[in-house]
Design a protein. Structure first.
Length: 547
């Protein structure tokens, strides 16, 4: 029973993090599973001003504080994609791409994904003018006209954010007014660089490789009008039309409403005892950070009695939790507080990495191939900080070029296998922000055991018969990029003919120009096929099989 958790929380947005804080503080053994990056959708919000007790904060900082608080009480975190649930017994099974986890109780804080509208041209120009994340893609539209589709909170907030980059922002509102709070709407209405069209819907987006024009319709009069970009120029369309709950994979297991939202009672419990929902995945009137953390707290406290009763029923002795070892936490907090602002890897992160690297089955080598650029100096510093954490990870620096001019192939971080051969995984840039997870998972995949693959995925990878070069253009602020980088790296680590390289697009403008990239992640295969959006291993294999 050593691997039995009291509570497994699926999703590490505000709802999941709140549940983790409450459950771990109640001295339960808690595991939080997140498929991408800690924090969820709120991490792309640049300014939160309505969270009680905090004047102003960005989403990433708020959720990072929540994570640290949960860890202080003993909660564990793993990056893993949950694929299925077995709820048939007293001990439930949470199945993931990293293996299965046993638990007594479950909190589903699954969140939701951006909704597409389905207008003509939306799919064709996704990544080439049509976007869904202002934080990820806003900078690509610097100096351009931008249209925002939507009248809710996200649309209003992101419209204001986009004024940092756009020449002018026009917001298209389907109804007679915004549907968000008046204070938020008033900020948009009074902003000089923003135009508003009410009772209006987008009909069509038109272009060649890039957006060139868009057609709109007044839904009261039926009158249509068209926007045309200046000759040789493009523009942007950002869609903020709400979210679709991430519940497709639990259909038939738990009750959902007609829109796919999870049905729960006043205690956040589903019809299955011991299985709770929290946050945006649930049926609710208001989807805000404050209601998400409330759901998480209610779910966790409601779980307490169920888990206690089930432990007694199964005759499980009370198990020691991490919060019993207070001294180690105090040392960690002291180290974190004195961390150098210039460091890439905090003392806390080094401690976590040492534990992870110690589980590697084989040694790996991280080699920085450097030139004389300023980026090379930063990359060397990153490698030096990584060095010495574990004997399982060797770190080397090599000056491959004495050129003073920019070399497009340098500097780069490469991952080598134990036998000295290159794994095919490369990072053109410092893997900071959300991409640090991608880099660490890349090491894990090369060293083994690596992210779990299904028998079908393993067979499909082995069936690759010709060389494949995958380039992934990323932004360090993008929450969707890491999943794609990890997936490409997983295939590369498994097959010698597959190369997977991540490029920080801020450092490679020529790549952006060559492939007309207006959204990330952008996947370029064999320098010909271009795809946009988050991709799993299965998604990438389907693309490779189609060429």
């Amino acid at each position: 029973m050593d691997e039995l958790y009291d509570v497994v929380i699926v999703g590490a947005g505000p709802a999941g993090l709140s549940a983790a804080i409450y459950a771990a503080r109640a001295r339960f053994r808690v595991l939080v599973l997140e498929k991408e990056a800690i924090g969820g959708q709120i991490t792309i919000t640049s300014e939160i001003v309505n969270y009680p007790g905090i004047g102003k904060i960005d989403g990433k900082e708020l959720t990072e504080q929540m994570r640290r608080q949960a860890e202080t009480f003993g909660a564990e975190f793993k990056i893993a994609r949950v694929t299925d649930l077995d709820l048939s017994g007293d001990i439930r099974l949470v199945k993931t791409d990293k293996g299965d986890f046993k638990t007594l109780g479950i909190v589903l804080a699954l969140g939701a994904n951006p909704r597409s509208l389905g207008f003509k041209g939306e799919k064709e120009f996704k990544g080439r003018g049509v976007a869904y994340c202002a934080t990820c893609d806003g900078e690509f539209f610097t100096g351009m006209d931008v249209f925002v589709i939507g009248g809710g909170f996200a649309a209003a907030e992101e419209t204001v954010f986009l004024t940092k980059y756009a020449k002018e922002v026009t917001i298209i509102v389907r109804g007679e007014d915004f549907t968000c709070a008046g204070a938020v709407a008033d900020k948009v209405k009074n902003f000089e660089k923003i135009k508003i069209h009410y009772h209006t819907e987008i009909v069509e987006a038109v272009g060649d490789r890039m957006l060139r024009s868009a057609k709109f319709r007044n839904n009261q009069t039926g009158e249509e009008w068209q926007y045309e970009a200046s000759e040789g120029q493009s523009f942007g369309i950002f869609v903020f039309a709400g979210y679709v709950p991430d519940t497709e994979w639990i259909k038939g297991k738990l009750p959902l409403d007609p829109h796919g939202y999870l049905l729960t009672d006043r205690n956040q419990m589903t019809e299955t005892a011991g299985v709770f929902g929290a946050g945006d995945v649930c049926v609710k009137e208001l989807r805000q950070v404050v209601t998400a953390v409330s759901d998480g707290a209610v779910a966790a406290t409601s779980l307490e009695r169920y888990v206690s009763d089930m432990s007694q029923k199964l005759g499980l002795a009370q198990r020691e939790t991490v919060c019993d070892i207070a001294s180690s936490q105090e040392v960690r907090e002291e180290e974190t507080g004195t961390e150098s602002e210039e460091s890439f890897i905090s003392s806390e992160m080094k401690g976590q990495l040492k534990d992870l690297f110690g589980r590697f089955q084989r040694k790996v080598t991280v080699k920085a191939l450097l030139d004389k650029s300023s980026l090379a100096g930063q990359m060397e510093g990153f490698v030096k900080e990584l060095s010495g954490i574990s004997e399982q990870v060797e770190c080397l620096v090599s000056r491959e070029s004495d050129k003073t001019e920019a070399d497009e192939n340098l500097p780069v971080l490469t991952i080598f296998k134990e036998d000295g051969s290159e794994s095919g995984i490369r990072f053109y840039g410092i893997p900071g922000g959300h991409e640090f997870n991608s880099f660490v998972i890349g090491l894990y995949n090369v060293a083994g055991p690596g992210q779990a693959l299904s028998a079908g995925e393993q067979s499909r990878i082995e069936s690759i018969k010709k060389p494949v070069d995958i380039k992934i253009a990323i932004s360090l602020s993008c929450t969707m990029c890491p999943a794609t980088v990890m997936a490409a790296g997983r295939i590369s680590a498994e097959h010698d003919m597959v190369k997977a390289a991540a490029y920080d697009l801020a450092l490679y403008p020529k790549l952006k120009e060559k492939y007309q990239i207006m959204s990330v992640p952008c996947i370029i295969i064999n320098d010909e096929l271009v795809e946009f959006g988050k991709k799993s291993v299965e998604d990438l294999l389907s693309i490779l099989e189609s060429i």
